[in-house]
Write a protein that binds this ligand. Structure first.
Ligand SMILES: [Zn+2]
Length: 451
């Protein structure tokens, strides 16, 4: 049990030189493991002419091909249940999580007992960095079922010794009363939920969110927690310190966190993951230096089940490598957007292509043409997600059809929608790839992140 400023001082304050040496050694061993266990990577590397034996250090990783989310999905379909990249048998997995996929089919992520311990260690570092201590009573406002922001976070928070209160989503009244009865000191949730809850407390309880007496709000699952305006608004409403954690379902639930200096999220898992920065257009490496911007690419160097090599996270980030007063040496990473069209609705990832897949199941009652309407710049969307879909010439009882479509979208994609059915032929048609997103807001010329 840690007492000082770090959960794992050795890893969190390691010099850049030591980190690279450790990563090179682990990377070589792990690539050998992947080649032995993963038919998916054997095939992929052969096709790309990449030989893992030629990898000496982390820089050589650049010769390996990228792994895309879409490939993982295809691999799970052709080689069930977890894909040709699973690397272990089902009997060795102790848990399976799911993340949303680019289509209506969920994407499964398994972990072995050792993987669970690895996650728990990193989650402990993350939340310790965000100030969670043994005396804290932590009210958990992220979804608890299937989602990696549920049980894995519970494991890490309990590992610190804090008291974990599993509220989950969609239970605001229970959240407020439990926080009061149990003396909650910390709340974890998405930025959009923190804002919603503040309003809820004012209206429903005719009280100030400050009356909850929370010391800290730990944000995640949506970008925004690092944007000063977003953070300040929540901090002011609750009278609490606001920080965030970054993660990725396919890599590790959380792997970077804001320290009390509030200047980006320290990467705290260099012993399990190697990060690279690339130009999302050309795929070429971007130098990992202070202020660099690009797409984050992640490689596991310790992972039994579903190990990934050069996985494109599609997170567009800015990295800060200047020294931080807290003493942690891990670069600070701030997510500034996405390099694909994924949306985040109340913390849940939603791809427009997945919406389209669900809509197409209603043919011929729906024509299949649709548009997702965005009232603010993506990726974060306040629920419900607004969708226009065309009904077919033969469709009847549009009210019931609307309910049915919204119901299936909720079941499949865990997203709350408002579907407007419009007459056939009224939505634009596209020769090539359909443009599924329509902006109804004014374009802002500048990035939303103050640097
Ligand atoms: Zn720091």
């Amino acid at each position: 049990m840690a007492e000082g400023p770090y959960w794992n001082e050795q890893v969190e304050t390691m010099s850049a030189k030591q980190t690279r040496a450790m990563q090179a050694e682990k990377l070589r061993a792990h690539l050998a493991y992947v080649r032995e266990r993963s038919p998916f990577y054997v095939r992929k590397w052969e096709q790309a002419g990449f030989d893992p034996e030629t990898v000496g250090g982390v820089d050589d990783l650049a010769h390996a091909p990228f792994t895309e989310k879409q490939e993982l999905r295809e691999s799970q379909v052709s080689d069930p249940p977890l894909g040709g990249h699973a690397a272990v048998a089902m009997r060795d997995m102790v848990r399976v999580h799911s993340s949303s996929g680019t289509t209506g089919r969920p994407s499964y992520i398994g972990i072995t007992k050792a993987d669970r311990e690895r996650w728990t260690e990193v989650v402990s570092r993350v939340y310790y960095t965000e100030g969670v201590r043994r005396d804290d009573v932590l009210i958990h406002g992220f979804g608890l079922g299937f989602f990696v922001g549920g049980l894995p976070l519970k494991d890490g928070i309990e590992n610190i010794g804090a008291t974990f209160v599993p509220i989950g989503t969609g239970a605001s009244e229970r959240l407020v009363t439990s926080a009061r009865h149990l003396g909650g000191t910390i709340l974890t949730c998405t930025p959009s939920y923190a804002n919603y809850l503040a309003e809820y407390i004012r209206e429903k309880f005719e009280a100030s969110p400050r009356d909850l007496g929370l010391r800290r709000i730990l944000l995640g699952a949506e970008p925004g927690g690092a944007i000063p305006a977003v953070r300040d608004r929540i901090a002011d409403a609750y009278g609490a310190l606001v920080t965030e954690a970054l993660g990725n379902a396919d890599i590790c639930p959380v792997y970077a966190a804001t320290c009390d200096e509030l200047d980006g999220n320290h990467f705290v898992a260099p012993d399990q993951i190697v990060l690279e920065l690339i130009d999302p257009e050309s795929g070429s490496l971007v130098d990992w230096e202070d202020g660099a911007e690009g797409e984050l690419v992640a490689t596991h160097i310790e992972r039994d089940c579903v190990p990934l090599v050069r996985f494109r996270t599609r997170d567009r980030v800015v990295v800060k490598t200047s020294p931080c007063a807290c003493g942690r040496t891990g670069a600070r990473i701030v997510c500034v957007g996405r390099t694909d069209d994924m949306l985040i609705v109340a913390g849940v990832n939603v791809w427009p292509s997945a919406v389209s897949d669900v809509i197409s199941e209603f043919h011929p009652r729906l024509t299949g043409s649709l548009q997702v309407l965005l009232e603010a710049p993506p990726p974060s969307v306040d629920p419900p997600l607004r969708i226009q879909a065309e009904y077919g010439p033969e469709a009847s009882d549009l009210e019931a059809l609307k309910d049915e479509v919204e119901g299936l979208l909720r079941d499949r994609l865990i997203v709350s929608t408002d579907v407007e059915l419009v007459p056939p032929g009224t939505l634009p048609r596209f020769e090539m790839k359909a443009q599924l997103l329509r902006h109804t807001y004014k374009e802002e010329p500048t990035t939303q992140l103050a640097r």
